[in-house]
Design a protein around this ligand. Structure first.
Ligand code: PMP
Length: 421
């Protein structure tokens, strides 16, 4: 990964140590053409593409190692178990978890949050206790808390954002009290790209005696995540947004919390001993992985973190920051276009609206130019309501995006404007 991507702006040139051309060659799907146009994929916040190394790891599992894990004494079962548990270890190291036993394989961010809400929430929340979230949360970090609040009598409180799309830290602090049991916050907003000030959030929550869950769906793909430095209590993310397979993600939790949590689902593998009268459960992480897990997915996610390590997260973060800054600058030049939110620290995503054109029409016309973006409420309806919008168009970037693709987006937006004249 030696040569900088060729660029014409000073900032981008200074901060793009990735060999993007070489990286792009590792992603077979980037050669797909949309009609007669090259694919310009700017929907990375929804899901990222997969490098050959991840595709190969999944294929190798099914071709050479396939068996169920943990239960078999035969050769293949041991191979599969080793590969699955090795992936857990590598993912633990990738996030600098104190122990890989704190890494629980789940379907993704959504299941991770539901697991905590269900297991930790049902055991620890009482009538009048409070859960604090923010106005910029994805539905996955709202609805599970509403459900557990209904069951337990706990109260869901919401910290507001500023007009720039940042968390209003003073208002956040003001909503913390000795009733707050848990703060659940997006590390990075999927709709606005805002990077939240985790250090301040964790410090304020700790001072109030509350735990912190970070929704890392949009941070894990874009920046180094060091769980010991972040000092949160739970962290969740999705493999498919970080160049890994769909259907797999992780929940990390502090061991003393996980050990005190009841099972989320019951079934095979998570038990020590079952009688019809009583069942005893294994320790974490197995306690929370009932039934046959997504073995190939976990192995594929292991390959994805190896890929990200090889590329280097500081370098990819710098590259994406430069591309995103360039996109903000170029989109700002499109007549009638407004960028939604002006966070000081942004990662990955830019939401925008175009005067007189519905975001879905923008998305459809861009598609005919080979440009894939997302249009809609981005699973953040309360945020849209706060912003006085029904929907936005969103361009989101990954490590394989290049400056020329931003130029193609802008050119396609000029066509949209011309059509709606
Ligand atoms: N939280 C955030 C911030 C997200 O961006 C997403 C996915 N868009 C989720 C949660 C849910 O992730 P998944 O659908 O992979 O469970």
């Amino acid at each position: 990964m030696a040569q900088p991507e060729s660029t014409s702006t000073r900032d981008t040139r200074a901060a793009s140590p990735l060999d993007v051309t070489a990286i792009r060659r590792e992603f077979p799907i980037l050669d797909v053409r949309i009609g007669n146009k090259p694919l310009i994929y700017l929907d990375n916040a929804a899901t990222t593409h997969k490098p050959q190394a991840v595709i190969d790891a999944v294929q190798r599992f099914y071709m050479l190692q396939n068996a169920n894990i943990h239960r078999g004494v035969h050769y293949l079962s041991q191979q599969a178990t080793d590969a699955y548990e090795q992936a857990r270890i590598r993912i633990g190291q990738f996030f600098n978890a104190p122990s890989s036993d704190e890494i629980i394989f789940v379907r993704g961010t959504t299941e991770g949050i539901n697991l905590v809400a269900h297991s930790w929430g049902s055991k620890n929340l009482r009538e009048g206790d409070e859960i604090l979230i923010t106005e910029m949360e994805h539905h996955a970090n709202i609805v599970p808390w509403q459900l557990v609040a209904e069951r337990t009598g706990a109260v869901l409180r919401v910290a507001p954002i500023t007009d720039d799309g940042e968390l209003d830290l003073d208002a956040f602090r003001a909503r913390l009290s000795d009733k707050t049991r848990l703060v659940a916050v997006a590390h990075v907003s999927n709709a606005l790209g805002t990077v939240n000030p985790v250090r301040e959030i964790v410090a304020a929550a700790r001072a109030a005696g509350a735990l912190v869950l970070l929704d890392g769906a949009q941070s894990a793909p874009h920046m180094p995540v060091d769980l010991q430095k972040l000092d949160c209590d739970f962290f969740v993310c999705s493999g498919h947004k970080m160049y890994g397979p769909t259907g797999i993600g992780i929940l990390w939790g502090r061991m003393e919390l996980l050990e005190a949590m009841p099972p989320y689902e019951g079934g095979g593998d998570m038990i020590e001993w079952v009688t019809f009268e009583k069942t005893t459960f294994k320790a974490p992480p197995t306690r929370f992985e009932a039934g046959t897990p997504h073995i190939a997915g976990a192995i594929g996610l292991g390959a994805a973190v190896d890929f990200l390590e090889r590329v280097g997260r500081p370098a990819l973060a710098a590259h994406e920051e430069a591309i995103t800054a360039y996109a903000v600058e170029q989109l700002g030049r499109v007549e009638g276009l407004s960028i939604v939110g002006r966070p000081r620290h942004r990662a990955g995503a830019i939401s925008f609206v175009l005067e007189g054109v519905h975001p879905h029409d923008i998305g459809t016309i861009l598609d005919s130019e080979g440009v894939a973006i997302r249009a809609g409420h981005h699973c953040a309806q309360p945020l849209m309501r706060r912003l006085g919008l029904n929907a936005t168009a969103r361009a989101s970037f990954g490590l394989y995006n290049k400056r020329e693709e931003v130029d193609a987006l802008v050119a396609a937006l000029d066509k949209v404007r011309a059509m709606f004249g």
